[in-house]
Every structure is written in C-alpha cells, then in structure tokens.
Design a protein around this ligand. Structure first.
Ligand code: SAH
Ligand code: SF4
Length: 390
C-alpha cells in the first residue's frame, strides 16, 4: 500500500526519506512541493532526482478527500463538502474579510459530544479525521482559491492568513492527528502560518489543553457559553466531566505558558528580557471565550455579571456568537438588544468583547450549522427524533 504523504509532518517525512535511503533535506523539499506549491504529481517535482521520483511513484501518493459540493454564499463565504468515505462528508468554510482570509477546518466526522445548540452535535459521530484529511482541507482550499493562493500577487497578502479549528468535531479529542496537522500548518516549508493566527477551539477538554500548550502552542478559544456549572452542564455536557473551575485554571496555565527550566535563565539579563523569555512558550497573552447567545437562556444581565466574576482572573477576550438556527434546535437567537446589552456590560468592565458577524448562513456555513454527512455510530439522531415525538 502506498503511503499518503499528506499524513506526514517534517519529522515523519524525514524518517520516510531515511527508509528510502535519502538525505534529510529531501524531506524539506517534499514538504515544500506538497504544501507550499500544492503539487501532488511526483513527476512534476523537478528538483528531485529522477531516482527518487521513481521511488515515490511506487511507494507514495498525495491524496486529498474528493470534493462533493462547492458553494459560495452571497457574502463571498465559500463552503466545500468533502467525501471521507461512503456516507461520510465533512465541511470546510473559507471566510474572506478585508485584511484576512480565514479557513474553518473540521477535525472529526460529526462530534462525539452533544452540545445542546450545535447542529454537528445533533448529527452524531462516526470517526476522527486523519492528518491527511485535516491538512488536506487547507491544501484543497489553497488550490481552489488559486494556485498561488498563499500570497496575493499585488498586495502580498495571503488568501488564507488564518486557520480556525472550528468546523465539525472537537479537535482536542482527536489530539495526535490535530497536533500533527497543526505542525504542518506552522512549518515554514509548508504553509508557514503564524501560531497566533492558528486557533484551536475546544469545548473544554482540560487535560488536552495542557498537552496542547506543551506540544504545539497555538491560539486557544474556549467555548464557554454559560457562567455557572448548572447551566453549562445542560448546554455543554462535557462540563460534568471538566467543570468550570478546572477549565478556567487550565486557561490560566495556557496563557502563562510553559515555565522554563531555571537553569536556562540568564540571571544577568535584565528583568524584562527574562520575563519575555519565561513567557516565550505562551502562544498569546489571552484566551478567547466563545459565548453563543441563546434567547432567554444565557443572555440576561445577571449572566453577564456572573461571567465577569467567573473569569476575573483569566486574561481573556470575549467573542459573542449570535445563535445560528437549524431545524428543531429548540433554541432561538438572542434579540440584538440583548446581545448589545450583554456586550456593554463586558466592555464597561474593561474587557474586549466582540460580536461575531454571521457569515455564510445562506449556505448553512455559519458557526454551528455545519452538518456534512455522518454515518452516525451513536444512534443520536434516532434518539432525538424519538424525544421530539413524545
Ligand atoms: N468543538 C469545538 C469547535 C467547533 S464549534 C468547540 O465546541 O469549541 C465552533 C464554535 O461554534 C463553538 O464555540 C461552538 O460552541 C459554536 N456553535 C455551535 N453551534 C452553534 C450554533 N448553532 N450557533 C452559533 N454557534 C454555535
Ligand atoms: Fe461538538 Fe463543538 Fe458542536 Fe459541542 S459545539 S457538539 S464540542 S462541535
């Protein structure tokens, strides 16, 4: 069986090259060809020796999921439905903005968690995506947006400047594959994205927030959605396993970064340099809290005040997400006035609080609307329709 080189980060490619009797620099060349230039045909990789190209043709492939559908919304948001096996499809969304282009990537077929207000959660779960299927979404989007889509020829801007792991699935329950894919996104020989512009969004898998910090620190967004355990248990059931106190402590550790071994510190260096050095492993100096605005459920003034008290000790920013409806969700979007009032309370306390613009909702491409196709292995859909009919 040929191996799919899209599954390999630089370390894996280096050992693969060693197996072929090739020097380590070949791994960097391969990474560049595959990701930087978006090339899948080994024969076109002109600076590889003919003998290596021949070996690659028999031993390897560069294979991405097939595109089942490709739609563009009236606001320019573009969504792809990609095949990942019979009956299973995942979605990837590109959101163009004036000074950045964001790709929203899926990490699983469906989601094993069951947040009450999420269409993906409602769909059930089939499996984790492989590294190739995760990074393949970026590879495909780059290709689809223009062969040299990494940088606009006139402005030098990247078409895809940001990646958010906010598509289908919970990235931190597919930890190893997500981290390998992130490493490829950050690698200068591949996509060279800044770690501040790559965001993992999690519903709060506490132990893996700590692992992410140590293994691949990127920007972190946490789906908070409620200011107390009682409400969060209902909206984000994983809260029963990792309650708010533990979650917020993990957020604080994440922002503080990995403490360096004292032996590494140069005591003679000025304090500001040492502080900077100590914090070097922290990807950002804040965590983003996502908060979906559900009418009459979590959008009252008391909720905002409780939220302020809860997050007092965590360096954070808030992103309020107006709920995006889907059939039989059982929730409604908060009134604009309620969202404004909620935002105001956070702003008055000196916090940064933005309201996420709804993008691509006419192609069901907005947050929480991604449903793809899932051969559910959890019977969740049957359970929900049984509940609805009683
Ligand atoms: N599983 C991860 C990432 C995917 S969801 C997580 O939960 O963080 C990306 C964001 O969209 C999360 O904050 C999620 O809570 C939010 N979301 C889910 N359903 C939504 C809906 N119907 N409307 C608005 N936001 C939603
Ligand atoms: Fe899964 Fe995130 Fe949806 Fe919750 S909000 S069900 S964790 S995708």
């Amino acid at each position: 069986m040929p191996v799919n080189l899209l599954d390999y980060d630089l370390a894996h490619l280096t050992s693969f090259c060693a197996e072929l009797g090739e020097k380590p620099f070949r791994a960097r060349q391969l990474l560049r060809w595959i990701h930087h230039f978006g090339e899948s045909d080994f024969e076109s990789m002109s600076d590889l020796a003919k003998s290596l190209r021949t070996k690659l043709v028999t031993r390897a492939v560069v294979e991405v999921p097939a595109v089942l559908a490709d739609s563009t919304a009236s606001d320019g948001t573009r969504k792809w439905l990609l095949s990942v096996g019979p009956g299973n499809g995942i979605e990837t969304v590109f959101i163009p903005e004036l000074h950045r282009g964001t790709l929203c990537i899926s990490s699983q077929v469906g989601c094993a968690l069951e947040c009450a207000f999420c269409a993906t959660g409602r769909q059930g779960f089939n499996r984790n995506l492989s590294v190739a299927e995760i990074v393949g979404q970026l590879w495909l989007a780059n290709r689809a947006l223009g062969r040299d889509a990494r940088a606009d020829k006139v402005t030098g801007d990247r078409r895809i400047s940001n990646v958010v792991m906010m598509g289908m699935g919970e990235p931190l329950t597919n930890f190893d594959n997500v981290v390998a894919a992130l490493r490829i996104m950050l690698d200068d020989h591949a996509y060279g994205l800044s770690r501040r512009r790559v965001t993992v969004s999690t519903s709060g898998i506490v132990p893996n927030i700590d692992r992410l910090l140590h293994e691949c620190p990127v920007a972190l967004a946490v789906s908070l959605h409620a200011p107390n355990d009682e409400l969060r248990d209902r909206l984000v059931p994983i809260n029963k396993k990792y309650p708010l106190k533990a979650l917020l402590a993990a957020c604080t550790r994440y922002v503080e970064g990995v403490p360096l071994d004292h032996a590494d510190l140069d005591e003679a260096a000025p304090l500001h340099a040492r502080v900077k050095w100590q914090r070097q492993a922290a990807p950002r100096d804040f965590v983003t809290f996502e908060y979906v605005m559900l009418r009459g459920v979590n959008d009252q003034i008391e909720h905002a005040r409780e939220l302020l008290a809860l997050t007092r000790d965590v360096p954070c920013k808030f992103n309020l997400i107006p709920f995006n409806p889907f059939p039989a969700s059982g929730f409604e979007r908060s009134e604009p006035e309620a969202i404004r009032r909620f935002q105001e309370i956070l702003l008055e306390a000196g916090l940064v609080a933005t309201v996420r613009k709804t993008r691509g909702d006419d192609i069901d491409g907005a947050c929480g609307q991604l449903a793809g196709q899932v051969q559910d292995r959890t019977n969740r859909k049957q359970r929900h329709s049984a509940e609805a009919s009683t």
